[in-house]
Each structure stands twice: as C-alpha cells, then as structure tokens.
Design a binder for this molecule. Sequence first.
Ligand SMILES: Nc1nc2c(ncn2[C@@H]2O[C@H](COP(=O)(O)OP(=O)(O)O)[C@@H](O)[C@H]2O)c(=O)[nH]1
Ligand SMILES: [Mg+2]
Length: 304
Amino acid sequence: MSEQILKGLRDRDPRGIARAISLVEENDPLADEILASLDDSLVDQAMVLGITGPPGAGKSTLTDRIISKYRSQGKRVGVIAVDPSSPLSGGAILGDRIRMMGHALDQDVVVRSMATRGRLGGLCAAAGAAVRILAGSGCSPIIIETVGVGQSEMDIIRLADITALVLAPGLGDDIQAMKAGLLEVADLLIVNKADCAGAETLAMDMESIAREGSGKEKDSAKVCMTVASEGKGIDDLLAAIETVDASHRESGERKARREKAYDLEVLDWAIEMIKPSIIKKIEEGGLDRKGDPRMQAVKLLEKE
Ligand SMILES: Nc1nc2c(ncn2[C@@H]2O[C@H](COP(=O)(O)OP(=O)(O)O)[C@@H](O)[C@H]2O)c(=O)[nH]1
Ligand SMILES: [Mg+2]
C-alpha cells in the first residue's frame, strides 16, 4: 500500500494526494515516509497565500476567481479550506462548496477541506502537512481560506507567506471586533462587494486604520477593491500579491515567517504525539484525584 500511495503522490494524482494528506493528518506510520518523499525545493519555493475574513465577505467566491486567474497563467493551485462548521453538517456543505468552485474536474486544482470543530486538535500540524504535500506535488500558490475567528485559525494563518484580509460592507458589528486582531496579520486589505453601498466608506476606513498601525510598511495601507462575483479587480489584486511576495522575499520577511511557522508546527506535532500517552495514563487510572487537577498534571508529566 505504501508504494501505491507514494506513486499516487509522485504522479500528482489528486486522489493519491488526498490519501497522503489523510494519512499524515492521522499520524499514520506512513507519515514519515510520505513527508520525506516530498521535493523540498518545491516546498521552499511555493507561495502560500492566506485568505481570511468574516463569513459572507466573499472569500470562497474570491478564491474561485483567484484560482481561475492562476490557472490561466498555467499554475497548479492548491487550496486548503478551513471550515469552522461542525463535522456533523460540515461534510455535505464542504462537498457542495467544492463542487461549486467550478474547478472540480481540473486535475491541477487540488482542494482540501479541514474542519476546525470536533477534531482532537493539531489543526496547525495538519494544515502544515497539507501545505507541504500540496507544494511537494507541484502546487503554487497554495491558498488557505479561513474564517479568522478562533486561535487555531489565527495559528493557521501564520503558515501563510502572505495574508489577505477580506471585508465587505454590510456585515454588521461583529467585524469591528474581528478587525483589530486580523489587521495585525494582514499584508493586504481587500474590500469585496465593491458593487454594494458602503464599500467606498469601508475602504477609506480600512485605509486609515491600516495607516495608524505602527511599524507596518506603507504598502499595507493599500486597499484592493473587488467584485468577486463578477471577477472585477482580480488582476490588480494579483499584482498586489506579487508585489508583497517579492518584497517579503527580498527583505527576509518570508524566511522569518517560515521559521516561525516551522516552530509552531513542531509544537503542534509534539503536543499531538504526547497526548495519546497522557490520555492512556489517565484512562488506566493513573490519577488519585487528590489535590487540584493542575497538580495532577504536573505529576503525570513528571512520570512522562
Ligand atoms: N454583491 C456581491 N456579492 C458577492 C460578491 N462576492 C461574493 N458575493 C456573494 O456573497 C455571498 C458569500 O460569499 P462567499 O464566497 O461564500 O463568502 P465567504 O463566507 O467569505 O466564503 C455569496 O452569496 C456570494 O455570491 C461581490 O463582490 N458582490
Ligand atoms: Mg467560504
């Protein structure tokens, strides 16, 4: 079986890639072999683009347009869609969405969905592995679409070389709360739904907020306006992405981010790996339940 999976990966067969990602995600014994088989130079060179923002801003529609544009340039595109929905309803919704993406029959568009809820954890490790496998099978860019709410999603965004924050007019007050945290990680600001009332005002607001942010490059104050549903503004957006990418490569920012992301992935894997043995100890009755739970945890780890 291992030969078959490695062959599928080598052949860049989407089903083989999906299988490989699943095995690594499940921490299967084959995981090491799969990851070691990847072409490191492809992984190093691939561009990882994070697209984040509140639900309904148009991230998926935008991603779809971005894919089309990169495909027309002959690039092979990977997508990791991080879905915050429950695993119970998630499967069907994710399936629909992938079909809606209009690239389902294209062998050079590889889409991977990941649910955030109902997992044991290790989302960052799983997403990191998926990025590697997609990059190693020739995808660049790799787009990570995520709703920027929870901490694990914020961690995922750190796997990206470049992050674009998508906002849209008329989304209500909750985006105000989101803006602050998301703005810190955003390299590019996108006001989508530029065809709707309030887009200009939102763009001006975003520009001034971005300019206030300390220590950021001036470029970050630039806001791209798009109408994803009509494919408008995508060329300008891609040009802006390219500019940021080039500047990050030159300044060393890209390297610094990759190093941070690497450390985060190691931490996430280590936690994943240590968890089963701790769970086992607890289940085997390793606790006397005297004193507080924190103290018990300290004792358990001392025995580790
Ligand atoms: N008017 C308008 N609607 C849009 C635009 N982009 C996306 N939409 C619509 O907004 C809704 C949410 O889009 P979706 O891509 O699913 O948002 P996501 O939750 O951020 O991924 C869908 O009904 C889209 O058709 C746009 O530029 N203008
Ligand atoms: Mg979406």
